[in-house]
Design a protein around this ligand. Structure first.
Ligand code: PA5
Length: 473
């Protein structure tokens, strides 16, 4: 078992190794030197080459988007030095301005420019946040996500909800756009921005308000950057050079939507910084990042090339999807790389567990478990007629039933020699999620270095884009 400090994320690999099948935990220890070498490459070599600039990066390592690693510390340091003028300070001021002036925010973006913000919202906000009254939300705006598809009916559904350009007369009707695209030219997001901007312009009684209600997050050049300038947006936030889309959750890409929702972005970043420290210093066997990579790698060598992230909380489904993208786009290259799959339990025990228990032996299941729920435990409760025969469980609470299901499922898999590992999040809160996101980004990069696949870049995505553009003429 490995762990970081108290209130820290914990990775438990006990159920992933089977001494009786000659697959004991000694295998992980034996992989230690290779894992250490991969860590050194990430922490030292990659970091130095990245810091020295393009010319210092060997051809086979390009792109080297290693900027995500030090980003949380860099943002916090800048904030502590200048709380008003720093990027984090400006993110918080913009969030406050929107909270005071609008009731809805539409986040436009796709892939790495969308999945992190969605994951943060679902994991940290109340489950039915958008349904709550403004007062119940503490005036934090409702949030919607578009520009992540070209779905005619979904886009029009949201435009209609926003009033189809109807003049907004009170704060309850007013809305804003956060448009996120590193390249600034992604078709889905660009098309949506054009459509939603047009509706926003019609809804603003004072044309000068439009610039205040559009906040671009983008690279330092490109069409979106230029559009932001043309509109006169007072704030344009950066996707830093050297931070790839799916590694950008802890930049303005994730932080601005999070701050708008009232999520504590300082704690989020502090969680990531704590994970960096743990990753740098803890030995194999006690290092959540290296142990996760080692366990997954050893099982992949044994044929488990499907990596199931089994989340035991509805709030974490989008966190699982965020990881799906991270793993698939980073390591799915050269006809290699494990296939990610998110399941939400106990829901998917009723749809996938059969296959996981008796199907092909091609899966490693990693459970993502929240140790402490936000609300007090809810008991099943007593019924006078007891027709459902549940009175014998009347005192049992949902967390107790969930915990029994987790243990029961792990035992069932273990009994037939199927591996599971557990990631324990202390809570579904910013501090824990900051640790988790950084853990998985580091793990993905370490695994890439371990198996000789460049985790950065996504050259394979270009093929469909080229064809789509050709077909569109
Ligand atoms: O990880 C990546 O780089 C991609 O998934 C991108 O985030 C995605 O393609 C969107 O790109 P952009 O932010 O340039 O619109």
């Amino acid at each position: 078992m490995s762990s970081a400090a108290n209130q820290s994320l914990r990775f438990d690999y006990e159920n992933a190794f089977f001494a009786d099948q000659d697959f004991s935990v000694e295998r992980l220890k034996a992989l230690g030197p290779q894992l250490d070498a991969a860590r050194r490459e990430v922490v030292e070599t990659d970091a130095q080459q990245f810091a020295a600039g393009e010319a210092a990066i060997p051809a086979e390592k390009r792109p080297l988007d290693a900027g995500f690693f030090e980003l949380p510390q860099r943002l916090l340091d800048a904030y502590y030095a200048d709380r008003q003028g720093s990027e984090l300070g400006r993110i918080m001021q913009t969030a406050t301005r929107l909270r005071e002036s609008v009731d809805r925010v539409v986040v436009l973006g796709i892939g790495g420019s969308y999945m992190g913000a969605k994951a943060l919202m679902d994991a940290c906000c109340q489950p039915y946040f958008n349904e709550l009254s403004r007062g119940e939300r503490g005036s934090y705006p409702r949030m919607y996500f578009e520009g992540n598809n070209v779905d005619n009916d979904a886009s029009q559904g949201l435009l209609s909800l926003l009033g189809n350009g109807r003049a907004a007369t009170s704060v309850d009707d007013r809305w804003a756009i956060v448009v996120i695209s590193k390249s600034g030219g992604t078709l889905e997001t660009a098309a949506a921005f054009r459509q939603f901007l047009s509706a926003l312009k019609s809804s603003c009684q004072d044309p000068a308000d439009v610039a205040q209600r559009v906040i671009p997050v983008t690279g330092s050049a490109g069409k979106l950057f230029e559009l932001g300038q043309a509109i006169g947006c007072p704030e344009v936030f950066p996707v830093p050079d050297g931070v790839g889309g799916r590694f950008s959750i802890l930049s303005a890409v994730g932080l601005l939507p999070a701050a708008i929702l009232g999520i504590n972005v300082i704690e989020l970043l502090q969680g990531a910084v704590a994970m960096n420290e743990h990753f740098r210093t803890a030995p194999v066997g006690e290092n959540a990042v290296l142990d996760y990579v080692g366990t997954a790698h050893l099982w992949e060598q044994k044929g488990a090339n499907i990596r199931v992230l089994s989340v035991w909380s509805k709030a974490l489904e989008a966190v699982g999807l965020w990881y799906d993208q991270l793993l698939a786009e980073s390591l799915g290259k050269d006809e290699r790389g494990a296939t990610p799959l998110t399941t939400v339990n106990t829901r998917d025990l009723h749809s996938r567990a059969q296959q996981h228990q008796e199907g092909r032996r091609d899966k490693l299941i990693t459970n993502l478990i929240v140790d402490q729920w936000r609300c007090d435990p809810l008991a099943v409760g007593h019924s006078d007629d007891d027709q459902d025969d549940l009175n014998r469980r009347a005192e049992k609470t949902l967390p107790e039933i969930m915990s029994a299901a987790i243990q029961g499922t792990n035992q069932a898999y273990r009994e037939v020699g199927r591996p599971t590992a557990d990631i324990h999040l202390p809570q579904s809160n910013p501090a824990s999620l900051g640790q988790f996101f950084q853990m998985m980004m580091l793990a993905t990069v370490v695994e890439g270095r371990l198996i000789g696949i460049n985790p950065y870049g996504q050259p394979g995505v270009e093929a469909y884009k080229k064809n789509t553009n050709r077909i569109l003429g």
